[in-house]
Design a protein around this ligand. Structure first.
Ligand code: ADP
Ligand code: MG
Length: 723
């Protein structure tokens, strides 16, 4: 029999009335209903104005303020028709969250009436202040002017909740001196840089008509659903998103009976509700299924331009969380909500392409296209080898640390998986007798003999953090709760840098008399010679790889955030972002400060919650159990039975050590150094986290001894299997 509070939660779950399945509506009527699409603009705007905004969206360039006025008017009319009285500039501060400031359309008139107004100026620029967002010292509060500016490439939309409808406008968020305070600004910059460098390479390869090149992203989102009846009983889930305590359930995921199994009915209703909302927001939700752990699921949208996909990813997380509440669930986006079973990631599928050349990471069929592919792919290999530690740094967080390096997720060593076929092609090029052959002979080194790549190579390596999957790379180490902006910025930037290097190589080799083919092959060969160490097709989880990667291949293993975030302060990384025009040294430094601070704060909050739960919930429950044990020992003595003190002794000992560990943790929290974020991070990783683990081990040991009716915390079994 569970304790009374747990019992009532379980009863509440059993008695939940089913949430009705959302009404069946046609995809046509749902799709982008709440988005101010290009088609809606076309209907509402004069032809010239529409052409002008369309050009801005497609080719970049300034938006004419008179056009902005017309767009604002049309947008306001559409939104108010749908019942919106407020608009919000939505922006993405340096947390993983979405921020918004709401303003009414209302303008009171002198005569006591009120009008609705929305000008181009209000659409294009806002001043939300926002001085309380972490900014890593870029802005001191006394000069706290922050501006939001509409990102025309991401459409405005209506956010409808139980509480009303708001017109949402995706924006960048910059300081009054023009420094990026958000994640969207550098993402747009990284995309512009990538466009420039990729165009340069395509021109060198002889292309003449080249449409703007965009990076693309399709992000697979994993999440857990837990019945919300348990939440008030678990401070840890409520405040930190993960269980800080909890013994494993006897049955976990060992049967693999959840993965891709039939979706539980209640969850499927939830998923349909989520998908309908996403469709209305123009978000192409495509795939849904059960994941490996009990209570774990996945949703994956169809890929889109990276910038739009990133905004949509933020919306997906918001919609998942809000919709879950309506269904009596809490949606956990934490990377490791439950110890001992799989955590949640967000696989970021990434590529680049345009409307004239298509997907530039598609191996294609003709030799010419293959060379183009091989050069782009080689550029990726070079970039990942040079900046692997940066890729580790941009996915670093207190929560993702629990996942990386555990035997369920990609290791904290960044390598590239190409698939055996492609790896073989690159190895052939690497081993090619380039020195011996000249032009004609070169072709046999790979180009002509390249097999046609099937679009979906049969082999998939799920142990690699960064894998080629047919026509894109999949960055599998990204955390489920993270914004995908950071990883995309890093990938776009390191690739831009590499493409630029490739172009330099081609130019200088051809200036020295080489043909294009020879120059290309020579460049790829050089890349493989210098950077081939990052290519790895084996088991990324194995001990042998961890050793080989570090000792033989000299790749870095950066297991924690404390180890990897400081990569952002390396001169090599600072130069990369500066050179490519994506982040200035000041902007980069501020990111290091903010993310470091977030790591420290996250762990401090966890430590405090753990202390509170242990002292005020676990300890008293154990004392009560000891009382009961003492009573039964007295009874045994009274009855003349030989008293068995072993259990009581063990419990008393564990509980005693618990108090001592708690005292140690409390002083450790108080001793967090204040001389710089790097020292604080180390203290968290090296002192606080190990103490938390010790407390957890003691408590989890007690949980499986103490009488069930006294245990105050909902168990893993209850939270993972009650639906
Ligand atoms: P898996 O689980 O096998 O990795 P999924 O079908 O779940 O495959 O996810 C594949 C993801 O990759 C989808 O989000 C899909 O849209 C995305 N994707 C496909 N092509 C591209 C591309 N060119 N660029 C970016 N993402 C892509
Ligand atoms: Mg995947």
């Amino acid at each position: 029999m569970p304790s009374p509070n747990r019992f009532s939660a379980i009863q509440q779950i059993a008695g939940r009335p089913p949430v009705p399945t959302p009404e069946v509506e046609s995809l046509e009527s749902l799709w982008a209903r709440d988005v101010f699409t290009l088609a809606k603009m076309k209907d509402a705007l004069p032809k010239a104005a529409f052409k002008s905004i369309q050009r801005t969206i497609r080719d970049g360039g300034k938006l004419d303020l008179s056009v902005a006025d017309m767009v604002a008017q049309a947008m306001k009319d559409w939104a108010m028709n749908r019942g919106a009285l407020y608009y919000a500039h939505v922006f993405y501060p340096l947390t993983s969250l979405t921020a918004e400031k709401h303003d009414g359309f209302i303008v009171p008139q002198g005569d006591g009436t009120a009008l609705a107004e929305f000008s181009g100026k209000l659409l294009v620029q806002g001043e939300p202040d926002g001085s309380s967002f972490p900014n890593g010292g870029i802005r001191t509060t006394f000069e706290a002017r922050g501006y939001t500016a509409w990102d025309v490439t991401s459409p405005a939309y209506l956010m409808e909740t139980e509480n009303g409808i708001t017109l949402c406008i995706p924006t960048v968020f910059v300081s009054w001196t023009g420094e990026a305070l958000d994640k969207k600004t550098p993402l747009l910059r990284s995309n512009a840089t990538l466009n420039k460098q990729a165009q340069r390479l395509l021109r060198l390869l002889g292309e003449e008509t080249i449409a703007p090149i965009n990076s693309s992203c399709g992000a697979e989102q994993e999440y857990f659903l837990v019945d919300s009846a348990f939440l008030p009983l678990r401070q840890d889930l409520m405040l930190t998103g993960r269980t800080l305590l909890g013994a494993p359930s006897a049955k976990g995921q060992q049967f693999d009976d959840h993965y891709f199994g039939a979706i539980p009915e209640r969850v499927q209703v939830f998923m349909q509700d989520v998908e309908h909302r996403l469709y209305r927001l123009g978000i192409p939700a495509k795939t849904r299924h059960n994941e490996v752990a009990p209570g774990q699921f996945e949703i994956a949208p169809y890929f889109e331009a990276a910038n739009v996909a990133t905004d949509h990813q933020q919306l997906i997380m918001t919609v998942l969380k809000n919709t879950a509440k309506k269904h009596g669930f809490t949606c956990l986006l934490h990377e490791k909500p439950f110890e001992g079973i799989n955590g949640s990631g967000k696989h970021v599928n990434w590529s680049l392409g345009n409307s004239s050349q298509g997907n530039l990471l598609d191996p294609g069929k003709t030799p010419h296209e293959n060379m183009q592919f091989l050069l782009f792919c080689a550029a990726v290999i070079r970039g990942v080898h040079l900046y692997g530690p940066l890729m580790r740094a941009v996915i670093a967080s207190a929560s993702n640390d629990h996942r990386l390096g555990a035997n369920e997720a990609p290791p904290a060593i960044i390598s590239v998986y190409l698939g055996s076929q492609l790896e073989d092609v690159f190895n052939q090029i690497r081993a090619g007798d380039l020195k011996a052959s000249t032009d004609g002979g070169l072709m046999s080194l790979g180009i002509d003999t390249l097999p046609e790549f099937p679009k979906d190579p049969g082999d998939r390596n799920r142990t690699s953090p960064f894998a080629f999957t047919g026509n894109r790379f999949e960055f599998r180490a990204v955390g489920s709760g993270q914004s995908v902006a950071g990883p995309l910025i890093a990938l776009n930037t390191l690739l831009s840098d590499s493409i630029s290097w490739v172009c330099d190589q081609l130019e200088s080799r051809m200036a020295g008399g080489a043909t294009l083919d020879a120059a290309a092959m020579g460049t790829i060969q050089q890349i493989m010679n210098e950077h081939g160490a990052v290519v790895f097709g084996g088991d990324g989880y194995s001990e042998a790889w961890h050793r080989m990667a570090v000792e033989e291949r000299h790749l870095e293993n950066l297991p924690t955030t404390a180890d990897s975030l400081p990569v952002l302060t390396r001169p090599q990384v600072r130069d990369l972002f500066d050179r490519m025009g994506v982040l200035s040294p000041v902007e980069l430094e501020s990111r290091f400060e903010v993310y470091g601070e977030q790591y420290v704060l996250a762990i401090e909050v966890e430590a405090k919650v753990l202390l509170r739960m242990t002292r005020t919930q676990v300890y008293p429950a154990v004392m009560e159990y000891l009382d009961a044990l003492a009573q039964s020992l007295r009874d045994q003595e009274y009855l003349g039975l030989p008293p068995d003190r072993s259990s009581a002794g063990k419990v008393a000992q564990l509980n005693q050590s618990l108090l001592a560990e708690c005292a140690a943790l409390e002083s450790a929290i108080a001793e967090t150094p204040e001389d710089g974020v790097e020292a604080s991070m180390r203290h968290c990783a090296d002192v606080i986290l190990p103490l938390m683990t010790r407390i957890r081990e003691a408590v989890d040991g007690l949980e499986i001894i103490v009488a069930d009716d006294l245990w105050p915390l909902p168990t893993y079994q209850e939270m993972l299997f009650s639906r």
